[in-house]
Design a protein around this ligand. Structure first.
Ligand SMILES: Cc1cc2nc3c(=O)[nH]c(=O)nc-3n(C[C@H](O)[C@H](O)[C@H](O)COP(=O)(O)OP(=O)(O)OC[C@H]3O[C@@H](n4cnc5c(N)ncnc54)[C@H](O)[C@@H]3O)c2cc1C
Length: 474
């Protein structure tokens, strides 16, 4: 909860909302419990006093005007797949469900852009664009998140190593400010030096500055060919040591993921499919790289694959397995995409960290994390986007009390965030700060940067009603 005092949604206000949005307002027991949390419930649950399904920019503007006048907190909500407690109504108030604003409005194939509403699911845009031979490059693991949520968290994902993050694909957006005013940031142009970039301030602002109600996103021609490689290693150290070699040897993968054997096993139990080799000539695999190359020329890709195989085998890989058929590629990437669900399925208490460190520091960082984890009663599991140094570290426990878990995890996270900072890294590479990470953000960024961030928040949201208590301490 934030420290501010807000008004409640009174019966009169509820009546007014129901009259404005017939059949779209839910209160009390009408509200599905899924709205009380996101995918990381350890950061707390909160029940909104009213959930309203928005259908248009005008709807969002009307809701914001009313809430602004009445000093009611508002939480914008996409699909609720976030991992930081950012879309949880910790102060009650109104939650605006954006998922019904889910139209792909139009493509402009001359300018390579698509105009979408924020509730469109990533999966739906990816499939639709593919039919036109186009690619929307951002590829976070959760395909059923909304594009509005992706933009608001600056989601990353598997292809960020080659194509960049969501931020790199947002051209412009329509935003409803906390007082209900509607404005446009950016334009359908490919460069700008036109004043402060308010567009970029909105991207990754986790619903704290304004509500995005329409976006123009950049697309690229879809590469026609891909090859994926599964590369097993005896241990994590050797596996991670290979990562910088891809770049040093001028091989630009579309995706370059690492994973420990425990995660792979959990994922195979979860999906029921055996796709990763476990033993090679009597040596047990302890960790893996999963690499994809893309392009339009299959021969060139095969040459690249050969070159990659030479480099990694020389660096200690146990083997190189090629997934070149659609089924093999689908199975192996489906296994990768289900890592988090697989961990969740086997774990009662879960917390995670999403640090990003320079690529040549990953090995040092992960061995520090492993060593640090030995002092606690939970298990530490890791996987992540090795190609861009973005690591997902999970603390998992089944046999300890929640309070003990939280206390131990607090100490563990403090240790490992500090180490990331010492190595030149940052608190979050793609999941955001939300509620769960804001204390770490404040201690990492220090007073000057937090003062600037608070100042920006006040300019956008003088009453502090929009997603209070998230990102910064408001
Ligand atoms: C299995 C799994 C795998 C994942 N893999 C990745 C990954 O690889 N990379 C990655 O980056 N993330 C990943 N995530 C995290 C999550 O999917 C992303 O953070 C996603 O961007 C959240 O989108 P959402 O629609 O669920 O948003 P929500 O969780 O509903 O909201 C997230 C934030 O965005 C705000 N918001 C939502 N819509 C709007 C809007 N229209 N206007 C203003 N603010 C808005 C909310 O207030 C909140 O602050 C994963 C999650 C899961 C469960």
């Amino acid at each position: 909860m934030s420290e501010q005092c807000f008004q409640k949604v009174t019966p009169e206000l509820e009546k007014e909302l129901r009259a404005m949005f017939p059949g779209k307002v839910y209160t009390g027991s009408e509200i599905n419990e899924d709205y009380f949390h996101d995918e990381m419930p350890i950061y707390g649950k909160g029940m909104p006093e009213a959930v309203i399904e928005a259908g248009s920019t005008e709807d969002v503007s009307k809701i914001m005007k009313l809430c602004y006048e009445n000093n009611i907190p508002v939480t914008p909500r996409g699909a609720g797949t976030g991992l930081t407690g950012a879309a949880v109504a910790l102060d009650g108030g109104v939650m605006i469900d954006m998922t019904k604003m889910n139209k792909i409005i139009s493509y402009d194939e001359e300018n390579f852009v698509v105009t979408v509403q924020p509730g469109v699911l990533l999966n739906d845009l990816a499939e639709d664009a593919q039919k036109r031979g186009l690619l929307y490059p951002p590829d976070p693991g959760e395909k059923f998140a909304t594009l509005g949520g992706n933009v608001s968290t600056n989601a990353g994902g598997m292809r960020a190593v080659k194509y960049g993050c969501t931020r790199d694909y947002v051209r412009s957006m329509t935003v409803v400010l906390p007082n209900g005013e509607v404005t446009e940031f950016g334009a359908t142009v490919s460069k700008t030096s036109t004043g402060y970039s308010l567009l970029n301030l909105m991207i990754g602002s986790e619903g704290t500055l304004g509500i995005i109600t329409e976006m123009v996103l950049k697309l690229i021609p879809a590469p026609s060919e891909t090859i994926s490689l599964i590369i097993p290693y005896e241990n994590l150290e050797e596996c991670i040591a290979t990562v910088p070699l891809f770049f040093k040897n001028h091989m630009q993968p579309q995706a370059l993921e690492f994973m420990e054997k425990e995660i792979v096993e959990a994922s195979e139990r979860y999906t029921g499919k055996n796709v990763f080799p476990k033993e090679l000539e009597g040596v047990q695999a302890g960790a893996y790289l999963l690499v994809t190359f893309d392009g339009d020329d299959m021969e060139a890709l095969e040459d690249l694959t050969e070159k990659a195989a030479e480099v990694v085998l020389e660096a200690g890989a146990l083997d190189v397995l090629i997934a070149d058929t659609p089924v093999k590629k689908k199975d192996v990437w489906a296994a990768r995409s289900s890592f988090l669900e697989a961990i969740e399925a086997e774990t009662k208490l879960l917390d995670e960290c999403d640090v990003v460190v320079p690529v040549n520091k990953i090995a040092e960082y992960l061995s520090f994390v492993k060593e640090a984890g030995k002092s606690y009663d939970f298990e530490v599991k890791s996987f992540g986007h090795a190609g861009d140094g973005n690591l997902h570290i999970y603390a998992c426990a089944n046999d300890i009390e929640e309070e003990t878990f939280k206390e131990q995890v607090g100490k563990f996270m403090t240790e490992i965030y500090k180490k990331a900072a010492d190595l030149g890294g940052l608190i979050s590479g793609e999941h955001g700060i939300g509620y769960g990470k804001k204390e770490y953000l404040a201690s990492y960024l220090g007073d000057t940067q937090m003062r600037l961030m608070s100042g920006i928040k006040k300019v956008f949201d003088p009453k502090g009603i929009l997603n209070p208590g998230k990102v910064i301490v408001s």
